[in-house]
Design a protein around this ligand. Structure first.
Ligand SMILES: [Zn+2]
Ligand SMILES: [Zn+2]
Length: 72
């Protein structure tokens, strides 16, 4: 991955996340200079992650009425 601080290709690693993102944490640090970068989508708020994980398995096709109204 390209590091703008090193101005070259560098290996990046995922640092311990203090925000509860776990494996979804988009933060990466350059193993060479320690510069932090974010990859992919911006971090999802832990509250949203909790709500998503609380959804019943196999219930992806069932949209709660509340959500439907909010979208429409
Ligand atoms: Zn994080
Ligand atoms: Zn670097």
């Amino acid at each position: 991955m390209y590091c703008s601080t090193c101005d070259d290709e560098r290996a990046f690693e995922q640092p311990p996340c203090p925000d509860g993102h776990g494996g979804e944490c988009p933060e990466r640090v350059c193993t060479e200079c320690g510069a932090a970068v974010f990859v992919g989508a911006p971090p999802v708020a832990p509250a949203l992650v909790a709500a998503r994980e609380a959804a019943p398995p196999g219930g992806a096709g069932i949209i709660p009425r509340q959500v439907k109204r909010a979208v429409a």
